[in-house]
Design a protein around this ligand. Structure first.
Ligand SMILES: C[S@@+](CC[C@H](N)C(=O)[O-])C[C@H]1O[C@@H](n2cnc3c(N)ncnc32)[C@H](O)[C@@H]1O
Length: 489
Protein backbone atom coordinates (compact mmCIF):
# COMPACT_ATOMS: atom_id res chain seq x y z
CA UNK A 1 0.00 0.00 0.00
CA UNK A 2 1.17 3.54 -0.67
CA UNK A 3 0.69 5.12 2.75
CA UNK A 4 2.23 8.43 1.56
CA UNK A 5 -1.06 10.28 0.84
CA UNK A 6 -2.49 9.26 4.24
CA UNK A 7 0.67 10.43 5.99
CA UNK A 8 0.52 13.77 4.20
CA UNK A 9 -3.13 14.28 5.05
CA UNK A 10 -2.67 13.40 8.73
CA UNK A 11 0.30 15.74 8.90
CA UNK A 12 -1.56 18.55 7.19
CA UNK A 13 -4.72 18.31 9.29
CA UNK A 14 -3.47 17.11 12.67
CA UNK A 15 0.30 17.65 12.63
CA UNK A 16 0.81 13.90 13.12
CA UNK A 17 4.12 12.64 11.82
CA UNK A 18 4.53 8.98 10.95
CA UNK A 19 8.06 7.70 11.18
CA UNK A 20 8.92 4.42 9.56
CA UNK A 21 8.27 2.50 12.80
CA UNK A 22 4.70 3.78 12.99
CA UNK A 23 3.86 3.19 9.33
CA UNK A 24 2.69 -0.35 10.06
CA UNK A 25 0.14 0.97 12.56
CA UNK A 26 -1.15 3.46 10.02
CA UNK A 27 -1.39 0.81 7.31
CA UNK A 28 -3.24 -1.64 9.50
CA UNK A 29 -5.68 1.13 10.51
CA UNK A 30 -6.29 1.92 6.84
CA UNK A 31 -6.90 -1.76 6.04
CA UNK A 32 -9.27 -2.13 8.98
CA UNK A 33 -11.28 0.93 7.95
CA UNK A 34 -11.31 -0.24 4.30
CA UNK A 35 -12.71 -3.55 5.42
CA UNK A 36 -15.38 -1.89 7.60
CA UNK A 37 -16.35 0.37 4.71
CA UNK A 38 -16.31 -2.50 2.16
CA UNK A 39 -13.71 -0.68 0.07
CA UNK A 40 -11.11 -2.73 -1.74
CA UNK A 41 -8.57 -0.18 -2.87
CA UNK A 42 -6.51 2.16 -0.68
CA UNK A 43 -6.77 4.89 -3.35
CA UNK A 44 -10.56 4.71 -3.24
CA UNK A 45 -10.55 4.74 0.55
CA UNK A 46 -8.25 7.79 0.48
CA UNK A 47 -10.84 9.66 -1.60
CA UNK A 48 -13.47 8.83 1.01
CA UNK A 49 -11.23 10.04 3.84
CA UNK A 50 -10.57 13.27 1.97
CA UNK A 51 -14.25 14.11 1.64
CA UNK A 52 -15.84 12.52 4.66
CA UNK A 53 -14.90 14.17 7.99
CA UNK A 54 -16.45 11.36 10.04
CA UNK A 55 -14.35 8.79 8.23
CA UNK A 56 -11.23 10.92 8.65
CA UNK A 57 -11.92 11.15 12.39
CA UNK A 58 -12.39 7.40 12.63
CA UNK A 59 -9.01 6.88 11.03
CA UNK A 60 -7.44 9.44 13.38
CA UNK A 61 -8.92 7.62 16.39
CA UNK A 62 -7.23 4.45 15.22
CA UNK A 63 -3.76 5.91 14.76
CA UNK A 64 -3.40 7.99 17.90
CA UNK A 65 -1.41 6.53 20.77
CA UNK A 66 -3.32 7.03 23.99
CA UNK A 67 -0.84 5.58 26.46
CA UNK A 68 -1.39 7.26 29.84
CA UNK A 69 -1.87 6.44 33.51
CA UNK A 70 -2.77 8.08 36.79
CA UNK A 71 -0.19 10.24 38.59
CA UNK A 72 2.24 10.15 35.67
CA UNK A 73 5.23 12.40 36.42
CA UNK A 74 3.86 13.15 39.84
CA UNK A 75 6.55 15.78 40.50
CA UNK A 76 4.66 18.06 38.13
CA UNK A 77 1.43 17.56 40.02
CA UNK A 78 3.19 18.36 43.30
CA UNK A 79 4.59 21.58 41.82
CA UNK A 80 1.11 22.50 40.65
CA UNK A 81 -0.49 21.88 44.02
CA UNK A 82 2.25 23.08 46.37
CA UNK A 83 3.76 25.93 44.40
CA UNK A 84 1.69 27.22 41.51
CA UNK A 85 -1.76 27.18 43.06
CA UNK A 86 -0.70 29.22 46.13
CA UNK A 87 1.27 31.60 43.90
CA UNK A 88 -1.51 32.20 41.40
CA UNK A 89 -4.24 32.47 44.03
CA UNK A 90 -2.03 34.95 45.90
CA UNK A 91 -1.68 37.02 42.72
CA UNK A 92 -5.44 36.99 41.88
CA UNK A 93 -7.37 35.88 44.98
CA UNK A 94 -10.82 36.27 43.44
CA UNK A 95 -10.23 34.34 40.27
CA UNK A 96 -10.35 30.62 39.65
CA UNK A 97 -7.15 29.18 38.25
CA UNK A 98 -7.87 27.97 34.74
CA UNK A 99 -6.06 24.76 33.79
CA UNK A 100 -6.02 23.35 30.27
CA UNK A 101 -4.93 19.80 29.48
CA UNK A 102 -3.93 19.43 25.82
CA UNK A 103 -3.91 15.82 24.59
CA UNK A 104 -5.66 14.41 27.66
CA UNK A 105 -6.17 10.96 26.13
CA UNK A 106 -8.58 8.87 28.25
CA UNK A 107 -8.64 11.30 31.17
CA UNK A 108 -6.13 9.91 33.65
CA UNK A 109 -4.11 13.15 33.56
CA UNK A 110 -6.91 15.66 34.32
CA UNK A 111 -8.38 13.40 36.98
CA UNK A 112 -4.92 13.02 38.55
CA UNK A 113 -4.74 16.79 38.76
CA UNK A 114 -8.11 16.99 40.50
CA UNK A 115 -7.14 14.16 42.85
CA UNK A 116 -3.89 15.89 43.89
CA UNK A 117 -5.79 19.13 44.42
CA UNK A 118 -8.34 17.35 46.58
CA UNK A 119 -5.57 15.66 48.54
CA UNK A 120 -4.29 19.09 49.54
CA UNK A 121 -7.25 21.46 49.41
CA UNK A 122 -10.13 19.06 50.10
CA UNK A 123 -13.51 20.46 49.11
CA UNK A 124 -12.09 23.87 48.23
CA UNK A 125 -10.27 22.32 45.28
CA UNK A 126 -13.12 22.71 42.83
CA UNK A 127 -13.58 26.34 43.94
CA UNK A 128 -9.91 27.12 43.36
CA UNK A 129 -9.54 25.74 39.85
CA UNK A 130 -11.41 24.90 36.69
CA UNK A 131 -10.01 22.09 34.56
CA UNK A 132 -10.64 21.77 30.81
CA UNK A 133 -9.25 18.84 28.88
CA UNK A 134 -9.23 17.96 25.21
CA UNK A 135 -7.93 15.42 22.77
CA UNK A 136 -8.23 14.88 19.04
CA UNK A 137 -9.33 11.28 19.59
CA UNK A 138 -13.09 11.32 20.18
CA UNK A 139 -13.10 7.70 21.42
CA UNK A 140 -10.51 8.59 24.06
CA UNK A 141 -12.54 11.65 25.09
CA UNK A 142 -15.70 9.51 25.41
CA UNK A 143 -13.79 7.11 27.64
CA UNK A 144 -12.47 10.02 29.71
CA UNK A 145 -16.01 11.28 30.26
CA UNK A 146 -17.14 7.82 31.30
CA UNK A 147 -14.26 7.63 33.82
CA UNK A 148 -14.01 3.84 34.08
CA UNK A 149 -10.51 2.35 34.32
CA UNK A 150 -8.69 -0.97 34.50
CA UNK A 151 -5.43 -2.00 36.19
CA UNK A 152 -2.93 -0.47 33.77
CA UNK A 153 -4.26 3.01 34.51
CA UNK A 154 -3.54 2.50 38.20
CA UNK A 155 0.02 1.23 37.83
CA UNK A 156 1.46 4.32 39.52
CA UNK A 157 -1.26 4.84 42.13
CA UNK A 158 -1.45 3.29 45.57
CA UNK A 159 -4.59 1.35 46.37
CA UNK A 160 -5.45 3.63 49.26
CA UNK A 161 -5.58 6.69 46.97
CA UNK A 162 -7.50 4.70 44.38
CA UNK A 163 -10.04 3.64 46.98
CA UNK A 164 -10.60 7.24 48.09
CA UNK A 165 -11.41 8.50 44.62
CA UNK A 166 -12.87 5.53 42.75
CA UNK A 167 -15.75 3.11 43.21
CA UNK A 168 -15.30 -0.53 42.16
CA UNK A 169 -17.57 -1.47 39.27
CA UNK A 170 -16.17 -4.90 38.38
CA UNK A 171 -13.16 -7.06 38.93
CA UNK A 172 -10.20 -4.66 38.90
CA UNK A 173 -12.36 -2.02 37.24
CA UNK A 174 -13.08 1.30 38.94
CA UNK A 175 -15.13 4.39 38.19
CA UNK A 176 -13.99 7.86 39.19
CA UNK A 177 -16.21 9.43 41.87
CA UNK A 178 -18.50 12.24 40.81
CA UNK A 179 -16.83 14.91 42.94
CA UNK A 180 -13.62 14.42 40.91
CA UNK A 181 -15.30 13.85 37.55
CA UNK A 182 -17.73 16.74 37.61
CA UNK A 183 -15.27 19.65 37.92
CA UNK A 184 -13.41 18.45 34.79
CA UNK A 185 -14.80 19.33 31.36
CA UNK A 186 -13.82 17.37 28.27
CA UNK A 187 -14.13 18.00 24.57
CA UNK A 188 -12.72 16.83 21.28
CA UNK A 189 -10.37 19.38 19.71
CA UNK A 190 -7.34 19.47 17.48
CA UNK A 191 -4.12 21.10 18.65
CA UNK A 192 -3.17 21.74 15.06
CA UNK A 193 -6.17 23.89 14.14
CA UNK A 194 -5.38 27.48 13.23
CA UNK A 195 -7.64 28.75 16.01
CA UNK A 196 -8.35 27.24 19.37
CA UNK A 197 -11.87 27.28 20.83
CA UNK A 198 -12.63 30.53 22.66
CA UNK A 199 -12.91 28.79 26.04
CA UNK A 200 -9.23 27.79 25.90
CA UNK A 201 -8.05 31.41 25.86
CA UNK A 202 -6.48 33.10 28.89
CA UNK A 203 -5.59 30.03 30.87
CA UNK A 204 -3.19 30.03 33.82
CA UNK A 205 -1.67 26.61 33.38
CA UNK A 206 -1.34 24.22 30.45
CA UNK A 207 -0.40 20.57 30.65
CA UNK A 208 0.90 19.47 27.26
CA UNK A 209 2.74 16.29 28.14
CA UNK A 210 3.73 13.33 26.01
CA UNK A 211 1.95 14.70 22.95
CA UNK A 212 4.65 16.54 21.01
CA UNK A 213 6.46 13.24 20.42
CA UNK A 214 4.06 12.67 17.50
CA UNK A 215 4.96 15.90 15.74
CA UNK A 216 8.02 16.80 13.70
CA UNK A 217 10.25 19.62 15.06
CA UNK A 218 8.63 22.41 12.99
CA UNK A 219 5.14 21.34 14.02
CA UNK A 220 6.29 21.10 17.64
CA UNK A 221 7.46 24.72 17.50
CA UNK A 222 4.26 25.89 15.86
CA UNK A 223 1.99 24.17 18.37
CA UNK A 224 4.07 25.22 21.37
CA UNK A 225 3.98 28.84 20.16
CA UNK A 226 0.21 28.69 19.73
CA UNK A 227 -0.27 27.16 23.16
CA UNK A 228 1.95 29.85 24.68
CA UNK A 229 -0.43 32.45 23.25
CA UNK A 230 -3.30 30.92 25.21
CA UNK A 231 -1.45 31.47 28.48
CA UNK A 232 -2.08 34.50 30.63
CA UNK A 233 1.01 36.51 31.54
CA UNK A 234 2.50 34.80 34.57
CA UNK A 235 1.11 31.42 33.47
CA UNK A 236 2.90 28.08 33.29
CA UNK A 237 3.16 25.26 30.79
CA UNK A 238 4.23 21.70 31.55
CA UNK A 239 5.73 19.35 29.00
CA UNK A 240 7.07 15.96 30.02
CA UNK A 241 10.68 15.74 31.26
CA UNK A 242 11.76 14.17 27.97
CA UNK A 243 10.21 16.96 25.90
CA UNK A 244 11.63 19.84 27.91
CA UNK A 245 14.70 20.77 25.97
CA UNK A 246 13.20 20.51 22.53
CA UNK A 247 10.79 23.29 23.55
CA UNK A 248 13.41 25.69 24.84
CA UNK A 249 13.02 27.81 21.72
CA UNK A 250 12.78 31.26 23.26
CA UNK A 251 8.97 31.41 23.30
CA UNK A 252 8.56 30.81 27.04
CA UNK A 253 11.08 30.94 29.87
CA UNK A 254 12.35 27.63 31.16
CA UNK A 255 12.21 27.67 34.97
CA UNK A 256 12.99 25.17 37.68
CA UNK A 257 10.90 24.27 40.69
CA UNK A 258 12.17 21.71 43.17
CA UNK A 259 14.39 20.09 40.56
CA UNK A 260 11.76 19.86 37.81
CA UNK A 261 11.54 22.09 34.79
CA UNK A 262 8.57 23.87 33.28
CA UNK A 263 7.85 26.88 31.13
CA UNK A 264 6.75 30.30 32.30
CA UNK A 265 5.20 33.24 30.51
CA UNK A 266 6.46 36.68 31.51
CA UNK A 267 8.01 37.79 34.73
CA UNK A 268 5.32 39.38 36.81
CA UNK A 269 5.60 36.99 39.73
CA UNK A 270 8.81 36.75 41.70
CA UNK A 271 9.68 33.43 43.28
CA UNK A 272 12.78 33.24 45.39
CA UNK A 273 14.13 29.97 44.22
CA UNK A 274 13.04 30.03 40.63
CA UNK A 275 16.14 29.75 38.54
CA UNK A 276 16.24 30.45 34.89
CA UNK A 277 18.44 28.01 33.04
CA UNK A 278 21.29 29.39 31.05
CA UNK A 279 21.63 28.04 27.53
CA UNK A 280 24.94 26.84 26.16
CA UNK A 281 26.23 25.75 22.82
CA UNK A 282 28.03 22.53 22.08
CA UNK A 283 31.69 22.40 23.00
CA UNK A 284 34.53 19.91 22.89
CA UNK A 285 33.74 16.34 23.84
CA UNK A 286 34.70 15.27 27.34
CA UNK A 287 34.03 11.67 28.07
CA UNK A 288 34.67 10.74 31.69
CA UNK A 289 32.76 7.52 32.25
CA UNK A 290 34.61 4.33 31.50
CA UNK A 291 32.81 1.81 29.32
CA UNK A 292 31.96 -1.51 30.92
CA UNK A 293 31.70 -4.42 28.58
CA UNK A 294 30.95 -7.27 30.97
CA UNK A 295 27.42 -8.42 31.46
CA UNK A 296 26.59 -9.80 34.87
CA UNK A 297 23.61 -12.11 34.65
CA UNK A 298 23.83 -12.97 38.36
CA UNK A 299 21.98 -9.97 39.61
CA UNK A 300 19.19 -10.56 37.12
CA UNK A 301 18.06 -13.74 38.70
CA UNK A 302 15.67 -12.63 41.42
CA UNK A 303 13.72 -10.22 39.30
CA UNK A 304 13.54 -12.56 36.38
CA UNK A 305 11.93 -15.17 38.59
CA UNK A 306 9.44 -12.54 39.56
CA UNK A 307 8.79 -11.68 35.92
CA UNK A 308 8.38 -15.30 35.03
CA UNK A 309 5.64 -15.57 37.63
CA UNK A 310 3.99 -12.43 36.37
CA UNK A 311 3.76 -13.39 32.77
CA UNK A 312 3.12 -17.07 33.02
CA UNK A 313 1.49 -17.76 36.37
CA UNK A 314 -0.11 -21.11 35.61
CA UNK A 315 2.32 -22.68 33.24
CA UNK A 316 4.70 -24.72 35.29
CA UNK A 317 6.58 -26.07 32.30
CA UNK A 318 7.30 -22.57 31.03
CA UNK A 319 8.46 -21.56 34.47
CA UNK A 320 10.85 -24.44 34.59
CA UNK A 321 12.22 -23.76 31.13
CA UNK A 322 12.73 -20.13 32.01
CA UNK A 323 14.52 -21.01 35.26
CA UNK A 324 16.72 -23.42 33.39
CA UNK A 325 17.56 -20.85 30.73
CA UNK A 326 18.37 -18.36 33.44
CA UNK A 327 20.67 -20.62 35.35
CA UNK A 328 22.44 -21.63 32.12
CA UNK A 329 22.91 -17.96 31.31
CA UNK A 330 24.31 -17.40 34.80
CA UNK A 331 26.81 -20.19 34.14
CA UNK A 332 27.68 -18.50 30.85
CA UNK A 333 26.41 -21.53 28.92
CA UNK A 334 24.85 -19.22 26.42
CA UNK A 335 24.22 -21.68 23.59
CA UNK A 336 22.35 -24.02 25.91
CA UNK A 337 20.43 -21.12 27.45
CA UNK A 338 19.39 -20.00 23.97
CA UNK A 339 18.18 -23.51 23.14
CA UNK A 340 15.93 -23.52 26.23
CA UNK A 341 14.65 -20.06 25.47
CA UNK A 342 13.82 -21.04 21.90
CA UNK A 343 11.79 -23.97 23.19
CA UNK A 344 10.02 -21.70 25.64
CA UNK A 345 9.26 -19.09 22.99
CA UNK A 346 8.00 -21.78 20.61
CA UNK A 347 5.56 -23.10 23.24
CA UNK A 348 4.72 -19.78 24.81
CA UNK A 349 5.20 -17.08 22.17
CA UNK A 350 3.80 -14.34 24.39
CA UNK A 351 6.22 -15.00 27.26
CA UNK A 352 7.76 -11.58 26.89
CA UNK A 353 10.59 -11.87 29.38
CA UNK A 354 11.95 -14.90 27.53
CA UNK A 355 12.62 -12.58 24.58
CA UNK A 356 14.34 -10.10 26.84
CA UNK A 357 16.53 -12.75 28.41
CA UNK A 358 17.33 -14.08 24.95
CA UNK A 359 18.31 -10.61 23.76
CA UNK A 360 20.52 -10.18 26.82
CA UNK A 361 22.20 -13.53 26.20
CA UNK A 362 22.78 -12.60 22.55
CA UNK A 363 24.39 -9.34 23.60
CA UNK A 364 26.70 -11.36 25.83
CA UNK A 365 27.54 -13.51 22.85
CA UNK A 366 28.37 -10.36 20.89
CA UNK A 367 25.49 -10.93 18.47
CA UNK A 368 23.88 -7.49 18.71
CA UNK A 369 21.96 -7.65 15.42
CA UNK A 370 20.13 -10.78 16.47
CA UNK A 371 19.52 -9.26 19.89
CA UNK A 372 18.04 -6.25 18.14
CA UNK A 373 15.63 -8.44 16.13
CA UNK A 374 14.54 -10.20 19.31
CA UNK A 375 13.85 -6.90 21.07
CA UNK A 376 11.71 -5.77 18.12
CA UNK A 377 9.80 -9.04 18.24
CA UNK A 378 9.28 -8.53 21.94
CA UNK A 379 7.82 -5.07 21.25
CA UNK A 380 5.35 -6.73 18.86
CA UNK A 381 4.00 -8.63 21.85
CA UNK A 382 4.31 -5.95 24.45
CA UNK A 383 4.33 -2.52 22.94
CA UNK A 384 5.45 -0.78 26.12
CA UNK A 385 8.21 -3.15 27.12
CA UNK A 386 10.70 -0.86 28.83
CA UNK A 387 13.49 -3.44 28.90
CA UNK A 388 13.28 -3.97 25.14
CA UNK A 389 13.76 -0.26 24.46
CA UNK A 390 16.63 -0.05 26.94
CA UNK A 391 18.39 -2.98 25.30
CA UNK A 392 17.78 -1.48 21.85
CA UNK A 393 19.37 1.74 23.11
CA UNK A 394 22.29 -0.17 24.50
CA UNK A 395 22.77 -2.13 21.28
CA UNK A 396 22.71 1.07 19.22
CA UNK A 397 25.21 2.63 21.60
CA UNK A 398 27.70 -0.21 21.34
CA UNK A 399 27.37 0.04 17.56
CA UNK A 400 28.10 3.79 17.81
CA UNK A 401 24.72 4.61 16.32
CA UNK A 402 24.20 7.59 18.56
CA UNK A 403 21.04 9.00 16.95
CA UNK A 404 19.30 5.64 17.17
CA UNK A 405 20.51 5.14 20.72
CA UNK A 406 19.15 8.55 21.74
CA UNK A 407 15.82 7.73 20.12
CA UNK A 408 15.61 4.37 21.88
CA UNK A 409 16.45 5.77 25.29
CA UNK A 410 13.89 8.51 24.74
CA UNK A 411 11.35 5.82 23.86
CA UNK A 412 12.22 4.14 27.16
CA UNK A 413 11.63 7.43 28.96
CA UNK A 414 8.38 7.84 27.17
CA UNK A 415 7.30 4.55 28.77
CA UNK A 416 8.81 5.30 32.16
CA UNK A 417 9.93 8.89 32.60
CA UNK A 418 11.76 8.15 35.83
CA UNK A 419 13.94 5.40 34.35
CA UNK A 420 17.32 6.61 35.64
CA UNK A 421 19.22 4.26 33.36
CA UNK A 422 17.80 5.83 30.20
CA UNK A 423 18.56 9.30 31.55
CA UNK A 424 22.07 8.19 32.39
CA UNK A 425 22.74 6.82 28.92
CA UNK A 426 21.28 9.91 27.30
CA UNK A 427 23.66 11.97 29.43
CA UNK A 428 26.52 9.79 28.29
CA UNK A 429 25.68 10.02 24.61
CA UNK A 430 25.02 13.76 24.70
CA UNK A 431 28.35 14.19 26.42
CA UNK A 432 30.00 12.06 23.78
CA UNK A 433 28.56 14.08 20.91
CA UNK A 434 29.25 17.43 22.56
CA UNK A 435 25.72 18.41 23.53
CA UNK A 436 26.83 19.59 26.92
CA UNK A 437 23.75 21.31 28.29
CA UNK A 438 21.59 18.30 27.37
CA UNK A 439 24.17 16.02 28.90
CA UNK A 440 24.31 18.06 32.09
CA UNK A 441 20.56 18.11 32.34
CA UNK A 442 20.34 14.33 31.95
CA UNK A 443 23.04 13.74 34.57
CA UNK A 444 21.12 16.03 36.90
CA UNK A 445 17.93 14.07 36.40
CA UNK A 446 19.79 10.77 36.91
CA UNK A 447 21.34 12.08 40.10
CA UNK A 448 17.96 13.24 41.35
CA UNK A 449 16.34 9.89 40.61
CA UNK A 450 19.18 7.99 42.26
CA UNK A 451 18.94 10.22 45.32
CA UNK A 452 15.27 9.44 45.57
CA UNK A 453 16.26 5.80 45.79
CA UNK A 454 13.92 4.82 43.00
CA UNK A 455 16.35 2.36 41.50
CA UNK A 456 15.06 -1.13 41.99
CA UNK A 457 13.08 -1.36 38.82
CA UNK A 458 12.74 0.50 35.53
CA UNK A 459 14.53 -1.95 33.36
CA UNK A 460 17.91 -2.20 35.05
CA UNK A 461 17.34 -5.89 35.53
CA UNK A 462 18.61 -6.85 32.11
CA UNK A 463 21.12 -4.15 31.67
CA UNK A 464 24.75 -4.96 31.04
CA UNK A 465 26.41 -2.60 33.51
CA UNK A 466 27.29 -3.09 37.11
CA UNK A 467 25.23 -0.82 39.27
CA UNK A 468 26.12 0.76 42.58
CA UNK A 469 23.89 3.64 43.62
CA UNK A 470 26.48 5.62 45.57
CA UNK A 471 29.09 5.26 42.86
CA UNK A 472 26.65 6.28 40.17
CA UNK A 473 25.53 9.33 42.12
CA UNK A 474 29.17 10.41 42.53
CA UNK A 475 29.80 9.78 38.87
CA UNK A 476 26.88 11.98 37.86
CA UNK A 477 27.96 14.75 40.23
CA UNK A 478 31.52 14.56 38.95
CA UNK A 479 30.37 14.82 35.34
CA UNK A 480 27.96 17.66 36.08
CA UNK A 481 30.74 19.66 37.76
CA UNK A 482 33.07 18.96 34.90
CA UNK A 483 30.51 19.90 32.27
CA UNK A 484 29.59 23.09 34.09
CA UNK A 485 33.24 23.98 34.53
CA UNK A 486 33.84 23.52 30.82
CA UNK A 487 30.74 25.56 30.00
CA UNK A 488 31.81 28.43 32.25
CA UNK A 489 35.32 28.53 30.81
C1 LIG B 1 0.40 9.53 24.78
S1 LIG B 1 -1.05 10.40 24.99
C2 LIG B 1 -0.60 11.48 26.32
C3 LIG B 1 -1.68 11.57 27.35
C4 LIG B 1 -1.37 12.45 28.53
N1 LIG B 1 -1.12 13.81 28.14
C5 LIG B 1 -0.22 11.92 29.35
O1 LIG B 1 0.82 12.57 29.42
O2 LIG B 1 -0.35 10.86 29.93
C6 LIG B 1 -1.00 11.50 23.58
C7 LIG B 1 -2.35 12.04 23.24
O3 LIG B 1 -2.19 13.14 22.33
C8 LIG B 1 -3.30 13.14 21.48
N2 LIG B 1 -3.06 13.95 20.27
C9 LIG B 1 -2.21 13.66 19.25
N3 LIG B 1 -2.31 14.60 18.31
C10 LIG B 1 -3.21 15.51 18.74
C11 LIG B 1 -3.73 16.72 18.19
N4 LIG B 1 -3.36 17.18 17.00
N5 LIG B 1 -4.64 17.40 18.91
C12 LIG B 1 -5.05 16.95 20.13
N6 LIG B 1 -4.60 15.81 20.69
C13 LIG B 1 -3.68 15.10 20.00
C14 LIG B 1 -3.51 11.65 21.18
O4 LIG B 1 -4.82 11.38 20.72
C15 LIG B 1 -3.21 11.01 22.53
O5 LIG B 1 -4.37 10.75 23.26
Amino acid sequence: MDSGPFKELLKERCGLHFEEVRTAKLESAVYARMSDSCILSAAEYFQKVLKDTDEFNKLVNMVTINETYFLRERDHLKILVDRLVPELIGASPNQKIRILIAGCSTGEEPYSIMIELFEKYRNSASELVSVMAFDIDSDAVAKAMEGVYGPSSFRNMHDNIRDRYFDPVGENVFRIKDFIREPVSFRTANLYEEEFPEEFCSVDIIFYRNVSIYFDPDTQKEIFTNLARLLKKGGYLFVSATETFSHNIGVLILVEFDGSFLYHKGDIIAIEDRRQLSGSGPGPVCRTVPEKDGFSVDRLSATLHQFAGKFCPDKRASHELFDKAMSLAKDKQYEKSLAELDLLIRDEPSFVKAYILKASVLINMKRPDEACDICLKCIDFEKWCLEAYLLLGFIAKIKNENDTAIRRFKDALYIESSCWLAHFYLAEIYNLIGEKSNSCREYEITEKLLEKGDTDEHGITYFPIYFDRTQMTHLCRHNIRKLKGIQAA
